[in-house]
Write a protein that binds this ligand. Structure first.
Ligand SMILES: Cc1cc2nc3c(=O)[nH]c(=O)nc-3n(C[C@H](O)[C@H](O)[C@H](O)COP(=O)(O)OP(=O)(O)OC[C@H]3O[C@@H](n4cnc5c(N)ncnc54)[C@H](O)[C@@H]3O)c2cc1C
Length: 390
């Protein structure tokens, strides 16, 4: 039976996350306005706080609430500010790919590094099968050439998992992932991206020019090109089943912050929000607010459900896409609705609501847009292949 009841230890852990998140919130505006500055690993006001992720690290892999709790922790962090997510933590999206598709030797060698993941190119995003970056085997080395854009953690990462084709004529089946360390000749961080939101996140563009890497840096070491299906491509795509609920949780934390701020301001202005009698008969503002809260609860439940399935070793491919599609749309509607409810307060830079409105937008873009999640679901539910339903 699905059960999201928290133990008293979990509650303490989540309280500790929120206490630290509130400290980070004091810095939110600064890192929004100073886009390419990195938040420090330690904020002075939080230096004596326990590291919440180390409190969490005591849990074992057979703990059947680990995924759910880690999503609630993510929500608690971004409820404070998105930038807090970058602090005190190693690892990036490339580490999730390494766990999903790397050999045990590759995992042992690379997992202590922070790895970004570079798929998107100037001419290829949603249709990741259109990757133009190439990797050509030359003796015992791969020679990588191409450009990648919008790489999260692009500057801070120690290395990257890069998607490149070893045979363009093979389409999706020719795409493989390669591990490339920073400092490898021919690998250049070309520039930092400038963005509407999540401006504290470090996002970069890469260029690979005759970048030579050992043959053993092919993730999973499978050099074959299957005639049917998508082979190794499918292995790294598994990464996203693991990480999409986390993206939903990032957006939900900020949407919850927006709801809390809006409730507080409405109450200050004398608008009563009542939970007992239902929405009819309440003020228009209260009705709208309660509908937004309903969106939040629905999106949160789909997200926790996806994590719960993963925790209990059940397939969650569809649920990972459902929660990301649902949360991506809900957090936009919620933050925009909060701005509508508060008017000038909503767009004033004296408060963070306008920032949350900008920051949540990413939830529906990276790791597959909302449209792409719906496409994945349609294929799965109706039994179409990616060639049949594009
Ligand atoms: C801040 C940020 C961080 C990012 N981090 C990373 C990262 O770490 N690594 C990485 O590789 N990429 C990253 N990205 C890139 C991101 O994954 C892509 O922007 C995203 O996949 C969309 O690709 P695109 O920008 O090329 O848009 P396009 O694919 O050109 O899509 C444009 C629009 O068309 C829609 N669309 C496209 N195809 C279809 C279809 N078949 N049916 C219906 N609608 C469709 C899309 O949903 C979108 O609305 C990041 C982007 C941002 C903004």
């Amino acid at each position: 039976m699905i059960d999201f009841e928290l133990t008293s230890n979990d509650k303490k852990l989540l309280d500790a996350v929120r206490t630290e998140a509130l400290v980070a919130r004091q810095y939110a505006r600064h890192y929004d306005e100073h886009e390419h500055e990195f938040p420090p690993d330690e904020l002075p006001e939080a230096k004596d706080f326990p590291n919440v992720w180390s409190l969490f690290a005591g849990r074992t892999a057979d703990d059947t609430s680990m995924g759910v709790i880690s999503l609630l922790m993510t929500m608690g962090q971004t409820w404070g500010d998105y930038s807090v997510r970058m602090r005190r933590g190693k690892g990036g999206l490339g580490n999730a790919a390494l766990r999903a598709a790397g050999t045990p030797e590759q995992q042992a060698k690379w997992n202590d590094l922070t790895l970004a993941m570079a798929i998107t190119e100037p001419g290829c995003g949603s249709d990741s099968a259109g990757v133009q970056c190439t990797a050509v085997l030359d003796g015992d080395e791969w020679v990588v050439n191409g450009e990648k854009i919008f790489v999260t953690t692009g500057c801070r990462a120690d290395g990257v998992v890069v998607w490149a084709t070893i045979d363009k004529s093979a389409g999706r089946a020719g795409i493989k992932s390669f591990l490339i360390e920073k400092g490898t000749p021919g690998f250049v961080v070309a520039h930092k991206e400038k963005k509407l939101g999540i401006r504290a996140d470090d996002t970069a563009a890469y260029v690979f020019q005759n970048c030579r890497i050992p043959r053993g840096n092919l993730l999973g070491l499978d050099e074959s090109i299957p005639r049917q299906g998508s082979g190794g491509f499918r292995g790294v795509m598994k990464t996203f089943n693991m990480t999409r609920p986390g993206v939903a949780a990032i957006g939900l934390g900020m949407a919850e912050a927006a709801l809390d701020f809006t409730r507080e301001q409405l109450e200050k202005a004398g608008a009563r929000i009542e939970y007992g009698p239902g929405i009819h008969g309440q003020s228009a503002a209260a009705q709208k607010f309660l509908r937004l809260e309903g969106q939040f609860e629905a999106a949160k439940l789909t997200t926790l459900h996806a994590a719960w399935l993963g925790d209990n070793r059940q397939p969650n491919n569809d649920e990972a896409s459902i929660c990301k599609a649902k949360a991506g749309a809900a957090v936009r509607e919620i933050t925009q609705g909060c701005i509508e409810l508060l008017g000038p307060l909503g767009i004033s830079r004296e408060h963070l609501l306008e920032k949350w409105f900008r920051d949540v937008r990413i939830t529906d873009i990276y790791e597959g847009t909302g449209q792409i999640q719906r496409l994945i679901l349609a294929r799965s539910l109706l039994g179409y292949t990616s060639k049949e339903l594009k």
